[in-house]
Design a binder for this molecule. Structure first.
Ligand SMILES: NC(=O)c1ccc[n+]([C@@H]2O[C@H](COP(=O)([O-])OP(=O)(O)OC[C@H]3O[C@@H](n4cnc5c(N)ncnc54)[C@H](O)[C@@H]3O)[C@@H](O)[C@H]2O)c1
Length: 247
């Protein structure tokens, strides 16, 4: 039986690339995304569920986990990819507790609860977890307070779980800078100059592709990364090393 992987946010730009990459590498991939989202093309099985509700409702959580288990077919999970996220973009004055709860539930608490739920499986399979964080964990911009804080916390979660879980489960994070997802590209439609400028801000001269994020996740999940745990892989085309002097 193939190794199994659960990918959250599977219908999104990076999620689809993750599903495709893991499928192509021989994993049996279960994709999870919100009810009403398009079924990701390259998943072997799909679970439609709201991760925010999973954090708040114990019965709902049990039902969702049972659904995932039904697709696992008694095979313990080998890889968990916490990729789903929401991004609230609001000035400080407009941020209410509702935005905080929504952001922290999906971006932080759900990754923890899924880790907890599949800890037994991942221990049996000597599996691993990859958390898709963001460059916003360390470098951010105005109006990203909720998102940036949640991603910094996800990095903290990655490190602290790695310490506690030791040799049971490896757990790592990736912090991508801008990634050319369909949504990002749509936002730059008709703004070629701005898109080019964004690329040029990265020393490598362009932004990342979703496939590059997926390939990094595949490596971190693989046995080739067997001594890597608690790591935060910066996938940023060098932008995080750049000093923003006017020359
Ligand atoms: N695109 C970028 O430039 C970029 C850069 C750095 C990090 N990231 C991170 O990569 C990951 C994927 O981002 P993306 O660009 O593909 O975004 P996206 O919006 O295309 O995908 C996110 C997916 O998560 C799902 N999701 C949101 N809330 C959910 C919920 N409550 N329950 C279940 N699923 C839910 C959405 O339906 C969506 O399919 C995110 O963690 C994001 O923070 C993206």
């Amino acid at each position: 039986m193939a190794d199994t992987a659960l990918v959250t946010g599977a219908a999104g730009g990076i999620g689809q690339a993750l599903c495709q990459e893991f499928c192509q590498s021989g994993y049996y991939v279960i994709g999870l995304d919100l009810p009403g989202t398009k079924t990701p093309d390259s998943c072997d099985a799909v679970v439609f569920a709201d991760l925010a509700m999973l954090c708040r409702d114990q019965d709902y959580q049990s039902k969702v986990l049972a659904q995932v288990r039904s697709h696992l077919n008694s095979n313990p999970l080998k890889v968990l990819i916490n990729n789903a996220a929401i991004q609230v973009v609001k000035p400080v004055e407009q941020i209410t507790p509702t935005y905080w709860h929504a952001t922290l539930d999906v971006n932080l608490v759900a990754p923890f609860l899924l880790t907890q739920a599949f800890l037994g499986d991942l221990t049996i399979t000597q599996g691993s977890i990859v958390n898709i964080a963001s460059i916003h964990a360390t470098l951010t911009k105005p109006e990203f307070v909720c998102y940036a804080t949640s991603k910094a916390a996800l990095v903290g979660l990655t490190r602290s779980l790695a310490v506690e879980l030791g040799d049971r489960v490896r757990i790592n994070a990736i912090t991508p800078a801008a990634v050319a997802t369909p949504m990002l590209l749509a936002g730059f439609e008709g703004k070629n100059k701005a898109f080019e400028e964004l690329g040029q801000m990265h020393p490598i001269g362009r932004i990342a592709t979703p496939q590059e994020v997926a390939q990094a996740a595949l490596f971190l999940a693989s046995d080739q990364a067997s001594f890597i745990t608690g790591a935060v892989l910066s996938l940023d085309g060098g932008i995080g090393s750049r000093l923003h002097d006017p020359v």
